[in-house]
Design a protein around this ligand. Structure first.
Ligand code: AMP
Ligand code: MG
Length: 407
């Protein structure tokens, strides 16, 4: 693609690059119906309405006594209704019924007095005056039949599954997980647990990026380590493109003679974008082969992680069928000075800490090297310093929390 920022000098601003990627988001994977037990972390493919009123009947919010609000003073206790009982005996004027939390209100009763607010002795209750509806959870007060519960495009969380269960739904329609092929490029890479020969290092990206993808509800197809040759790159990429929805590589996209991935992509498909105005993460590349998107993450582990979170994530979330992929940074005071401006936007590994008056501020890890994962592991998120900006402690800056980013 000409004018795409693929020249060696042009660096794409991050927001522009993300917008360019978004134009290539493929259709979301087809929907499948799954049991609620299997739905955690998957993306809903349908809008869901409540099939019932919730609560389904008037019931007590307290342990106490059901009565008529018109009555007070000395009342005869005529029965007891617990959660799980059917309350079918009519309560008459001058009567009260012992009732427990969640039990249906007996017909005739319109109010509950909490047991700590009244005195009971034998079959008699001394009750204060209470308003109609006191401690009563009314039928449909939370939801009525047909009310919107959840929307297509949202990732199902624990509370969403609980809500679906509470209205009796046992299956939901979700997008099947996006099938992502993960390749780690580099002759120097060995797997943890293996001995290292001179010049070799452990493959960190396979684990960090693979874990991110799985946490985002995607299926990872790990093709292991890709040798640093053009032929190996071509073969692995064309096989992966024939089998999976999206291809993600790490390493091999820099400017070294052994970085063959961009060349392989150019030969097999199209390179849409290369090199971003961000640090860490400058060498990120994006292209497509046989209609399948390819994201080339940098090799340096912190750069791979940051670009996966900032650039690949919105693309992948949308490709998975998620409707909301944008993250809202929170704005917080810096707990550091940034005296020298950079030419690229900085994504700094940072933590929130409280100052002496209890106000949160952003603290940086001292090791911000793009090869260093230790700072990311220490951090709660990324502090963003714009290109060209200097900062004094106390000035506000955006902070992207790892939990917002799904890390
Ligand atoms: P490259 O872009 O392939 O030159 O890689 C940049 C740096 O990242 C080099 O120091 C590589 O050894 C390192 N690197 C590449 N891939 C990985 C990986 N999967 N795990 C850890 N380090 C890596
Ligand atoms: Mg390499």
């Amino acid at each position: 693609m000409s004018g795409c920022g693929c020249s060696s000098s042009g660096l794409r601003p991050v927001d522009e690059a993300i917008a360019a990627l978004m134009a290539f988001v493929p259709k979301a994977p087809p929907s499948v119906r799954v049991d609620l037990e299997d739905a955690l972390g998957l993306v809903l493919a349908e809008d869901v309405q409540s099939p019932i009123d919730l609560p389904l009947w008037d019931n007590s919010a307290m342990d106490g006594y059901a009565l008529r609000s018109a009555d007070s003073g000395r009342l005869k206790i005529t029965g007891c209704v617990a959660a799980g009982d059917a309350a079918d005996v009519e309560l008459r004027p001058g009567e009260a019924v012992r009732i427990f939390t969640g039990a249906p209100l007996p017909p005739g009763a319109d109010s509950v007095v909490a047991q700590e607010d009244c005195d009971a002795e034998g079959d008699w209750l001394q009750a204060p005056a209470v308003a109609p509806g006191n401690h009563v959870r009314r039928r449909g007060e939370e939801l009525c039949v047909g009310d919107a519960l959840l929307s297509a495009g949202q990732k199902l969380r624990a509370q969403d599954l609980g809500l679906l269960a509470s209205v009796g739904l046992d299956r939901v329609s979700v997008h099947r997980p996006l099938r992502v092929c993960l390749l780690s490029s580099g002759d120097e890479l060995r797997e943890p647990g293996e001995p290292l020969a001179p010049g070799q290092i452990y493959n960190a990206n396979r684990f960090s990026i693979g874990a991110l993808l799985r946490g985002w509800g995607m299926e990872v197809h790990d093709y292991g380590v890709l040798a640093d040759t053009l032929a190996a790159s071509r073969d692995a990429l064309s096989l992966a493109a024939s089998e999976w929805d999206v291809l993600i590589t790490s390493g091999g996209v820099s400017v070294g003679e052994r970085d063959y991935l961009k060349q392989a992509i150019r030969e097999l498909g199209e390179l849409h974008l290369w090199k971003l105005k961000m640090q860490p993460g400058k060498p990120l590349a994006f292209g497509s082969i046989a209609g399948k998107p390819w994201i080339g993450l940098p090799g340096n582990p912190a750069a791979a992680l940051v670009t996966a979170l900032v650039v690949a994530r919105p693309f992948l979330w949308r490709a998975q069928g998620r409707r909301w992929a944008e993250t809202l940074p929170i704005t917080l005071p810096a707990g550091f000075d940034w005296p020298a401006a950079n030419s690229r936007r900085q994504y700094l590994r940072a933590r929130l800490e409280l100052d002496s008056s209890g106000v949160a501020r952003v603290r940086l890890h001292p090791q911000q090297g793009s090869a260093m994962l230790r700072a990311a592991s220490w951090a709660d998120g990324l502090a963003v310093v714009e290109a060209g900006r200097t900062l004094c402690a106390g000035e506000l800056l955006p902070f992207l929390s790892f939990s917002e980013l799904g890390a």
